[in-house]
Design a protein around this ligand. Structure first.
Ligand code: GLN
Length: 194
């Protein structure tokens, strides 16, 4: 059931509003999450794009890092996009030397992996199991998955490299599904992952 479900959007930094809109379009009740009290109210969470170093720093200073790690360990349904993918990954390559991540999904990601010439681009993605044709992938200084553990399902690739993966209740994309009007991935998240 999607209708009326309280779905958090981590709102410390980055692209919050378009995720809120996407979730509302699907009939969920989006809740901006800035404090541990906000987090306690939600039964699924989106971690948006932005700057992963900043988001991680604010997770620590807001007191959210610890309760979020606990909820993730309990199987909180979570959708991380772009910087959100980095924040949720096990390992971060080309991160800041002090950059930590939540290790909620067994992948190593490389930041800004597509290089300067291709800072941002769009690609039609064939997503495993998604009906209705290719998904429009909007990539902005996007990371890529360099290593995926045995329990990780790769749902889409660009140039052979994974850009959409799922492990259990955690779905992460290197691109920004919220920046299109295509709601299929948010729906997949709410109906099948979370
Ligand atoms: N390059 C950013 C980072 O490393 C991610 C960019 C994005 O979220 N669009 O955090």
């Amino acid at each position: 059931m999607v209708a009326g479900r309280k779905v958090g959007v981590l709102a410390l930094q980055g692209g919050v509003a378009r995720h809120v809109q996407a979730l509302a379009d699907l009939g969920a009740e989006p809740v901006p999450v800035r404090t541990p009290e906000d987090l306690a109210l939600v039964d699924a969470l989106v971690v948006p794009g932005g700057e992963s170093t900043t988001i991680t720093k604010l997770l620590n200073s807001s007191g959210l890092a610890e309760p979020l790690a606990e909820r993730l360990a309990d199987g909180l349904g979570t959708f991380g996009t772009c910087a959100g993918m980095i924040v949720l990954a096990d390992g971060v390559l080309d991160g800041r030397s002090d950059q930590s991540s939540l290790a909620a999904v067994d992948i190593d990601v490389r930041r800004n992996a597509f290089g300067r010439q291709r800072d941002s681009f769009e690609a039609d993605l064939d997503v495993a199991g998604l009906d209705g044709g290719p998904f429009p992938g909007v990539f902005i200084r996007a990371p890529v998955v360099e290593r995926a553990g045995a329990g990780v399902e790769v749902l889409a690739r660009v140039e052979g490299r994974p850009v959409l993966v799922r492990e259990g209740a955690v779905l992460v994309s290197a691109f920004h599904p919220e920046l299109t009007s295509d709601r299929r991935l948010h729906r997949l998240f709410l109906e099948e992952v979370a």
